[in-house]
Design a protein around this ligand. Structure first.
Ligand SMILES: CC(C)(COP(=O)(O)OP(=O)(O)OC[C@H]1O[C@@H](n2cnc3c(N)ncnc32)[C@H](O)[C@@H]1OP(=O)(O)O)[C@@H](O)C(=O)NCCC(=O)NCCS
Length: 188
Protein backbone atom coordinates (compact mmCIF):
# COMPACT_ATOMS: atom_id res chain seq x y z
CA UNK A 1 0.00 0.00 0.00
CA UNK A 2 3.10 2.20 0.10
CA UNK A 3 1.90 4.56 2.83
CA UNK A 4 -1.45 5.30 1.19
CA UNK A 5 -4.87 5.17 2.86
CA UNK A 6 -6.02 1.86 4.27
CA UNK A 7 -8.21 -0.19 2.00
CA UNK A 8 -11.67 -1.19 3.09
CA UNK A 9 -11.16 -4.89 3.76
CA UNK A 10 -14.88 -5.54 4.21
CA UNK A 11 -15.18 -5.73 0.42
CA UNK A 12 -13.20 -8.96 0.62
CA UNK A 13 -15.87 -10.62 2.75
CA UNK A 14 -18.44 -12.80 1.03
CA UNK A 15 -20.09 -16.16 1.16
CA UNK A 16 -18.71 -19.07 -0.83
CA UNK A 17 -19.90 -22.67 -1.25
CA UNK A 18 -17.50 -25.60 -1.08
CA UNK A 19 -17.67 -28.56 -3.43
CA UNK A 20 -19.49 -30.59 -0.78
CA UNK A 21 -22.17 -27.90 -0.42
CA UNK A 22 -20.85 -26.43 2.84
CA UNK A 23 -21.17 -22.65 2.99
CA UNK A 24 -18.38 -20.51 4.37
CA UNK A 25 -17.83 -16.80 4.76
CA UNK A 26 -14.42 -15.81 3.49
CA UNK A 27 -13.46 -12.59 5.27
CA UNK A 28 -10.53 -10.68 6.75
CA UNK A 29 -9.35 -12.03 10.12
CA UNK A 30 -10.21 -9.94 13.19
CA UNK A 31 -8.99 -9.79 16.82
CA UNK A 32 -12.07 -11.69 18.05
CA UNK A 33 -10.97 -14.73 16.02
CA UNK A 34 -8.28 -15.81 18.47
CA UNK A 35 -10.35 -18.56 20.20
CA UNK A 36 -11.49 -19.88 16.81
CA UNK A 37 -7.90 -19.91 15.62
CA UNK A 38 -6.90 -21.99 18.66
CA UNK A 39 -9.55 -24.58 17.73
CA UNK A 40 -8.50 -24.49 14.09
CA UNK A 41 -4.90 -25.28 15.01
CA UNK A 42 -6.05 -28.12 17.26
CA UNK A 43 -7.50 -29.91 14.22
CA UNK A 44 -4.41 -29.78 11.99
CA UNK A 45 -2.51 -32.98 11.15
CA UNK A 46 1.28 -33.18 11.48
CA UNK A 47 1.56 -33.36 7.69
CA UNK A 48 -0.45 -30.20 7.16
CA UNK A 49 1.58 -28.34 9.81
CA UNK A 50 4.82 -29.52 8.22
CA UNK A 51 3.77 -28.41 4.73
CA UNK A 52 2.82 -24.96 6.01
CA UNK A 53 5.62 -24.27 8.51
CA UNK A 54 8.39 -26.57 7.15
CA UNK A 55 8.78 -28.05 10.64
CA UNK A 56 6.68 -29.78 13.25
CA UNK A 57 5.86 -26.47 14.97
CA UNK A 58 4.15 -27.56 18.19
CA UNK A 59 0.51 -26.88 18.88
CA UNK A 60 1.57 -25.01 22.00
CA UNK A 61 3.67 -22.54 20.06
CA UNK A 62 1.09 -22.22 17.28
CA UNK A 63 -1.65 -21.22 19.73
CA UNK A 64 0.49 -19.07 22.04
CA UNK A 65 -1.47 -15.92 22.85
CA UNK A 66 1.33 -13.53 21.79
CA UNK A 67 1.50 -15.24 18.39
CA UNK A 68 -2.21 -15.47 17.71
CA UNK A 69 -2.92 -11.97 18.98
CA UNK A 70 -0.37 -10.68 16.48
CA UNK A 71 -1.87 -12.75 13.67
CA UNK A 72 -5.47 -11.76 14.41
CA UNK A 73 -4.69 -8.08 14.85
CA UNK A 74 -3.61 -7.28 11.34
CA UNK A 75 -1.34 -4.39 10.45
CA UNK A 76 -2.66 -3.55 7.00
CA UNK A 77 0.54 -1.80 6.08
CA UNK A 78 2.34 -5.13 6.24
CA UNK A 79 -0.12 -7.95 5.74
CA UNK A 80 -3.54 -9.21 4.73
CA UNK A 81 -5.11 -12.27 6.28
CA UNK A 82 -8.29 -13.98 5.13
CA UNK A 83 -10.14 -16.72 6.99
CA UNK A 84 -12.93 -19.04 5.86
CA UNK A 85 -15.52 -19.43 8.59
CA UNK A 86 -18.34 -21.95 8.74
CA UNK A 87 -21.31 -21.61 11.07
CA UNK A 88 -23.30 -24.70 11.96
CA UNK A 89 -26.94 -23.98 11.13
CA UNK A 90 -28.27 -25.96 14.10
CA UNK A 91 -25.85 -25.26 16.95
CA UNK A 92 -24.68 -21.86 15.73
CA UNK A 93 -21.10 -22.97 16.45
CA UNK A 94 -18.53 -21.19 14.30
CA UNK A 95 -15.30 -22.72 13.02
CA UNK A 96 -12.41 -21.42 11.02
CA UNK A 97 -11.62 -23.84 8.19
CA UNK A 98 -8.83 -22.05 6.36
CA UNK A 99 -6.43 -19.14 6.64
CA UNK A 100 -4.58 -17.38 3.85
CA UNK A 101 -2.10 -14.57 4.19
CA UNK A 102 -0.10 -12.06 2.20
CA UNK A 103 2.96 -10.74 4.03
CA UNK A 104 4.30 -7.65 2.36
CA UNK A 105 8.04 -7.16 2.06
CA UNK A 106 9.60 -3.89 3.17
CA UNK A 107 9.78 -2.64 -0.40
CA UNK A 108 5.96 -2.51 -0.30
CA UNK A 109 5.75 -4.03 -3.77
CA UNK A 110 6.05 -7.74 -3.17
CA UNK A 111 4.37 -10.14 -0.79
CA UNK A 112 4.80 -13.69 0.39
CA UNK A 113 1.68 -15.81 0.18
CA UNK A 114 0.75 -18.74 2.42
CA UNK A 115 -2.40 -20.85 2.73
CA UNK A 116 -3.53 -23.35 5.34
CA UNK A 117 -6.72 -25.40 4.92
CA UNK A 118 -8.06 -27.68 7.68
CA UNK A 119 -7.51 -31.36 6.90
CA UNK A 120 -11.23 -32.13 7.14
CA UNK A 121 -12.04 -29.86 4.19
CA UNK A 122 -8.97 -30.18 1.99
CA UNK A 123 -9.54 -31.00 -1.69
CA UNK A 124 -12.90 -29.23 -1.84
CA UNK A 125 -11.80 -26.11 -3.64
CA UNK A 126 -11.27 -23.90 -0.59
CA UNK A 127 -7.51 -23.49 -1.09
CA UNK A 128 -8.12 -22.40 -4.69
CA UNK A 129 -10.75 -19.86 -3.61
CA UNK A 130 -8.54 -18.35 -0.89
CA UNK A 131 -5.65 -18.15 -3.33
CA UNK A 132 -7.85 -16.47 -5.94
CA UNK A 133 -8.92 -13.85 -3.40
CA UNK A 134 -5.38 -13.21 -2.14
CA UNK A 135 -4.19 -12.64 -5.69
CA UNK A 136 -7.09 -10.22 -6.20
CA UNK A 137 -6.06 -8.31 -3.07
CA UNK A 138 -2.46 -8.21 -4.33
CA UNK A 139 -3.68 -6.83 -7.67
CA UNK A 140 -5.93 -4.27 -5.98
CA UNK A 141 -2.94 -3.21 -3.89
CA UNK A 142 -0.95 -2.94 -7.09
CA UNK A 143 1.73 -5.24 -5.77
CA UNK A 144 4.29 -6.13 -8.40
CA UNK A 145 4.86 -9.72 -7.41
CA UNK A 146 3.70 -12.43 -5.02
CA UNK A 147 5.67 -15.51 -4.16
CA UNK A 148 5.51 -18.56 -1.95
CA UNK A 149 8.19 -20.84 -0.59
CA UNK A 150 7.18 -24.47 -0.58
CA UNK A 151 8.45 -27.88 0.29
CA UNK A 152 9.37 -29.67 -2.91
CA UNK A 153 7.19 -32.68 -2.05
CA UNK A 154 4.11 -30.48 -1.62
CA UNK A 155 2.56 -31.31 -4.98
CA UNK A 156 -0.90 -30.03 -4.08
CA UNK A 157 0.16 -26.41 -3.63
CA UNK A 158 2.50 -26.54 -6.63
CA UNK A 159 -0.30 -27.73 -8.87
CA UNK A 160 -2.60 -25.06 -7.51
CA UNK A 161 -0.09 -22.22 -7.87
CA UNK A 162 0.82 -23.26 -11.42
CA UNK A 163 -2.87 -23.11 -12.28
CA UNK A 164 -2.76 -19.37 -11.41
CA UNK A 165 0.37 -18.79 -13.48
CA UNK A 166 3.05 -19.00 -10.77
CA UNK A 167 6.47 -20.09 -12.03
CA UNK A 168 8.32 -22.57 -9.81
CA UNK A 169 12.07 -22.89 -9.36
CA UNK A 170 14.24 -24.88 -7.00
CA UNK A 171 15.96 -22.93 -4.24
CA UNK A 172 19.59 -23.46 -3.24
CA UNK A 173 18.36 -26.00 -0.76
CA UNK A 174 16.82 -28.42 -3.26
CA UNK A 175 14.19 -29.48 -0.73
CA UNK A 176 12.43 -26.16 -1.35
CA UNK A 177 10.78 -24.38 -4.23
CA UNK A 178 9.99 -20.73 -4.79
CA UNK A 179 6.84 -20.06 -6.78
CA UNK A 180 6.49 -16.55 -8.20
CA UNK A 181 3.67 -14.68 -9.89
CA UNK A 182 4.42 -11.36 -11.61
CA UNK A 183 1.42 -9.05 -11.46
CA UNK A 184 2.56 -5.73 -12.86
CA UNK A 185 5.72 -5.78 -14.95
CA UNK A 186 7.01 -2.20 -14.99
CA UNK A 187 6.83 -0.76 -11.51
CA UNK A 188 10.45 -1.15 -10.33
C1 LIG B 1 -2.29 -27.04 -0.33
C2 LIG B 1 -3.67 -26.61 0.14
C3 LIG B 1 -3.63 -25.13 0.49
C4 LIG B 1 -4.66 -26.82 -1.00
O1 LIG B 1 -5.94 -26.45 -0.56
P1 LIG B 1 -7.19 -27.39 -0.85
O2 LIG B 1 -8.41 -26.68 -0.42
O3 LIG B 1 -6.92 -28.71 -0.25
O4 LIG B 1 -7.11 -27.52 -2.43
P2 LIG B 1 -8.27 -27.35 -3.50
O5 LIG B 1 -9.37 -28.30 -3.20
O6 LIG B 1 -8.60 -25.92 -3.66
O7 LIG B 1 -7.52 -27.89 -4.78
C5 LIG B 1 -7.21 -27.11 -5.86
C6 LIG B 1 -6.31 -27.91 -6.78
O8 LIG B 1 -5.08 -28.20 -6.13
C7 LIG B 1 -4.65 -29.53 -6.53
N1 LIG B 1 -4.65 -30.38 -5.35
C8 LIG B 1 -5.28 -30.17 -4.17
N2 LIG B 1 -4.98 -31.16 -3.30
C9 LIG B 1 -4.17 -32.01 -3.98
C10 LIG B 1 -3.49 -33.20 -3.61
N3 LIG B 1 -3.59 -33.72 -2.38
N4 LIG B 1 -2.69 -33.78 -4.54
C11 LIG B 1 -2.55 -33.24 -5.78
N5 LIG B 1 -3.17 -32.10 -6.17
C12 LIG B 1 -3.95 -31.51 -5.29
C13 LIG B 1 -5.65 -29.99 -7.58
O9 LIG B 1 -5.21 -29.54 -8.84
C14 LIG B 1 -6.88 -29.25 -7.18
O10 LIG B 1 -7.77 -29.05 -8.21
P3 LIG B 1 -8.93 -30.11 -8.54
O11 LIG B 1 -9.48 -30.57 -7.23
O12 LIG B 1 -9.89 -29.31 -9.33
O13 LIG B 1 -8.22 -31.19 -9.26
C15 LIG B 1 -4.14 -27.44 1.38
O14 LIG B 1 -4.12 -28.78 1.04
C16 LIG B 1 -3.29 -27.22 2.61
O15 LIG B 1 -3.57 -26.33 3.40
N6 LIG B 1 -2.23 -28.02 2.80
C17 LIG B 1 -1.37 -27.92 3.97
C18 LIG B 1 -0.64 -26.59 4.08
C19 LIG B 1 0.07 -26.26 2.81
O16 LIG B 1 0.61 -27.10 2.12
N7 LIG B 1 0.08 -24.96 2.48
C20 LIG B 1 0.76 -24.50 1.29
C21 LIG B 1 2.12 -23.98 1.60
S1 LIG B 1 2.00 -22.35 2.23
Amino acid sequence: MSGTAKIDLSRYASQWRMRNGLDVIVRPICPEDEPLMVKFHQTLSDRTVYFRYFSSLSLRSRVAHERLARICFVDQEREFVLVAEHQDAQSGDRKILAVGRLNKLENGQEAEIAILVADEVQKRGLGREILRRLIQIARDERLVRVYGELIRDNFAIQKLLREFGFRCRLLKDPGFIRATLDLFQNRF
